[in-house]
Design a binder for this molecule. Sequence first.
Ligand SMILES: [Zn+2]
Length: 494
Amino acid sequence: MFDLMIRGGRVIDPETAFDAIADVAVKDGTIVAIGALPEPAGRTVDADGLVVTAGFVDLHGHGQSIPADRMQAFDGVTTSLELEIGVLPVARWYEEQANAGRVLNYGASAGWVFGRIAAMTSQQTQPTIEGMGLAMRDRRWVTDAADPAETAEIVERVRTGLEQGALGIGFPNAYAPGTGIKELSELCSLAAGFGTPTFTHIAFMSNVDPLSSIEGYTRLIGLAGSTGAHMHICHFNSTSLLDVERAAELVRNAQAQGLKVTVEAYPYGTGSTVISADFFSDPAFPTRFGTDYGAIEVVASRHRFRDRDELLRAQQENAGALVLIHFLDVAANDRHRNLLDVSVMFPGGIIASDAMPWTLPNGSTYIGDAWPLPEDAVSHPRSSGTFTKFLKEWVRERQAISLLEGLAKCSLLPARLLEGCTPAMRRKGRLQIGCDADIVAFDFAALTDRADFTRMNAPSEGVRHLLVGGEAVIADGDLVRNARPGRPIRRPTP
Ligand SMILES: [Zn+2]
């Protein structure tokens, strides 16, 4: 007998293009039958009127906690991976997640910056985005090229992370723009040797040369060509600023020549990061970003800066504080909306959230069990609504892309990106017999993000059921509070 039957939904598999009314049977966490299935099951879910498809695979989630998982579950996500910044040491991180219990499947890349912080400074740091920000108090790892001994140590630490099953290497290069190309090329060769992708926040963010975004992408493409590494570009929307059309042309050319360069984007014109990021303290920030200091907003207090002096003081006070950066005005500016489209609609491009941790007004990170989240918990709307916003606006309302193709950008394509080195991903991102029962069932007509900058913690609506490994995380639109079915996604190690 089956454990679970999802009855009568519109079943869509983004790989085979199967799209028909069918039942889906689950046993021991695996999809075991699809079709008209008269057999009884231990539990039955009525999916009449719902789309039933593979849960979304998010390559870029910084929250990595129970509250962050729950918010993403309502966004249709069943696997949330920390690949851009990554973690070190890798084995300890996986152990901590298993001990804490996770709602969604989780995994991480080897966090190169944490190797740099350890090799070049004496700081102890938590392998999180806030930890990276706090470590900017000693800026040697941010601004300097590593010497040969330091480079060797960084490479060794990252190698150990890969040997412990990391899903690739995270290169948040813009947070350490002083990094030398010799170091990066060694690390890319390391990734190529392990057959793992790398995940890059390009070194420079600027509309103007030198050290422009275009220079950043050109370096990245050069590393793909010279080392053979798969270079995945994180948040193509935000790091391209106003030059995304030219950046897209360069990436298309690189791909046409067979280079392994891929992109992801989130559907917002506002970014988020740590306040101490080097690109904010740069005296030329207004010219380079084409905006003033008012575009930088503290997440916890919603304060916008007047000038550089005030920003520098705030960086001193709390280097790990999270901020928003409003780089495109998609509400009022047609050209900006078109620029966002170039990144979101990039052919073969992936939707990834860059979901941020949840922060309380005192600046601390919220990792507690309250549901709904505390009224005053803030983050970025993308932490709640990336996938539902994309499916609602681009697929349903504007019909800029078909539902099948839209779903592929959320599930199949990210799974494929990783499956060369992580065979477990071959069973994700698809709704097929033999695949993991990571399943989302949503009401397409009602699907919507609800989080905006005034209420970031409003969960999306329309996801009626969400299963992770066959276990319900959302049932009939409600959170199953004690569900902790999340499992590690890890490369097999010898
Ligand atoms: Zn990020």
